[in-house]
Design a protein around this ligand. Sequence first.
Ligand code: FAE
Length: 551
Amino acid sequence: MDDEQTGRSTPARQSAPLSRRGFLLGTGSLLGAAAVPALTTAGTAAAAAQQVITDGARVPALIVGSGYGGAVAALRLTQAGVQTQLVEMGQSWTTPGSDGKIFCNMLNPDQRSFWFRTRTDQPVGYFSGIEVNKSISSYAGVLDSEQFAATRIYQGRGVGGGSLVNGGMAVTPKRSYFEEILPSVDADEMYTTYFPRATTALGVNTIDQTWFESADCYQYARVSRKTATNAGFTTTFVPNVYDFTYMKAEQASQVPRSALASEVIYGNNYGKRSLDKTYLAAAAATGRLTISPLHTVTSLAPAPGGGYSVQLTQIDTGGAVIAHKSVVADRVFLAAGSVGTSKLLVSMKAQGRLADLPSAVGQGWGNNGNVMVARAGWDLTGALQSGMPAMGIDNWADPNGPVFAEIAPFPAGTELWINLYLAITKNPNRAAFQFNSSTGQVDLTWQAAQTQPSIDAAKHMFDQINAKAGTIYRTDLFGVYKTWGDDFVYHPLGGCVLNQATDNYGRLPGYAGLYVVDGSLIPGSTGVNPFVTITALAERNLAQIIATDLA
Ligand code: FAE
C-alpha cells in the first residue's frame, strides 16, 4: 500500500496562531472521575462519530487513538466537562456488509478482516504445513498485521482499537509482578481503586464454573486443563469482557452465535463488551465527545500561540485520501497504542518537531513474552469451540521460566485434536523504535533471537505436559515444520515507558499539555494479558491529570 492509502503522508499546512481558551468547560472534579460508566449501546458511540473534526479547528483536548488508553481519557475528560475530540485511523464499525453482519468470521475472512492487505496474514497461517491465507480486497479492515524487521505486530483498527479484535481476557496482574515492573506506581492505590474501577467499567465478568464443566464449547479447555494438571501444573479461570450469559444462550441455540461462530480476531458481531459499548459509549453520552474515524495523525508540534498543531489525513474505507486537515489542540493525549504512539513520537523527535523529547522515548519495547505453540492431543477437543478463552495455565512462580499460558481455542468448526496456547513469559529482552532517515519510516530493533527466552520457558513447561500425556508438538501450524509461533505479537508494550520517557503520570517532559495514556507506558511486560493493566493505569493517570493540570 502506498503513502496515500496509508494516510501517512505529511501535509505541510500552516496553522493559524490561536489564543489559549479555557480548557475546562464544566465543573471537572475527581467525583466525576470516580463515576463508573453504565453499559450502554454502541449507538451512542456511533452517534459521536457523526460529526468529524474540521480543518482549522481549535480544540481543548484531542485524543489520538480509541483503544483502552484513549477510551479512558475520553470518558474521564468528558465527565470533567471538557469538550473532547477523538481521532481514530480505523473506521467506526457500525455498518453491516452484504451478509448483514458488521464483522466477518475467522473461517471466511473477507476485506473486513485486514487493514489494507490483499492477502490475509493469519497468526496461525498454515495447516498440515500448507499456507492457508487467502486473497482479499484492500480495505480498511479491523485487524492490522504490521511488519517490522523480525516480528509482526497485530493491532486493532477501528473505534475501540484492540478491544474489537482481542480475546477479551481481562486479567489483573499479580501484585508482586506489577510492583516489579512499575515500582514508581503506588500499588495499594492501584489494587484498591484503579484495577476495580477499570474492571467494572470494562464490564468484566466471570464464567459460571458449573456450566463450564459441561459446555461443549469448552471441551478444548477442559482437555488442556487435564493434561496440565496431570503434569503437576495449576490452571486458573480467567475473567473476560465477553458476556458469558450471552454465550450460554449461544450454546443453547437461543441467540445468534458469535463467540461460538468462530468470531474473534476479525471482530465479534454479538456478545463482546468492546470499548465502543462501554467507555466510549459512556463518554459519548455526556454530549462532549466527537469521534473522527478514518483520521490518521501524521504529525504534531508545538503551535506558535500555545497548544499543539496536529496534522491529520482523512481517508475513505478504500484508502483514498479525502482530506488533509490541520488543527490546534490545547492538550493532546496520545493513545495510538505502543506502536502508534512510539512511532509518532520517535519520528517527531527525529524530524525536530518535538526535538526536546527525552532519549528514553522509543526505548523499552517488549512483546510481553508472547509465543504460541500447539500440541497434538489424544482427546477430542470439540468441533464447537468458544473463541473466548476462559482458562490459563499459571506457572509464573517457576524460577526455571515463568509462564502464564492462555488455553486458546482453535475454532475450525471440526474436530482436529489440537491444543493451542498463547504463552506469556518473562522475557527480559527489550527493543527500540528508531527513525530511519533513508526511508522516513520508524523501525523496530527487535531481533528473532530475542524471542528465545520465551521459547525456552514455554518449552520447559510444555515438554513436561507432553511427556506426561504421551503427546507431541504440532509442527505444521506456524510454518513448514515450525513448532513455535515466535514471529508475531499480540501484546506490544512499551516504547514510552512511565517514569522514564514520561513523568510518573504520562506527561512528556518539556511539553506541557502533551500526554501518553496507552500501552506504550508499560515497560514491555505485564505477565498476563495486558488490557486491564493499560486501562487501570490510564484511570490512575487521568485522575491525577484532571485533578492537577486541569483544576
Ligand atoms: P490500542 O487498543 O491498540 O489502540 C490504539 C488505537 O490507535 C487503534 O485503534 C489504532 O487504530 C489507533 N491509531 C494508531 N495510530 C494512530 C494515528 N497515527 N492516528 C490515529 N489513530 C491511530 O492501544 N489483551 C488482553 O488483555 N486480553 C486479550 O484477550 C487480548 N487478546 C488479543 C488478541 C489479539 C488478536 C490482539 C491483536 C490483541 C490482544 N490483546 C489482548 C492485546 C490488547 O488488545 C492490547 O494490549 C490493547 O488493545 C492495547 O491498548 P492501547 O490503548 O495501548
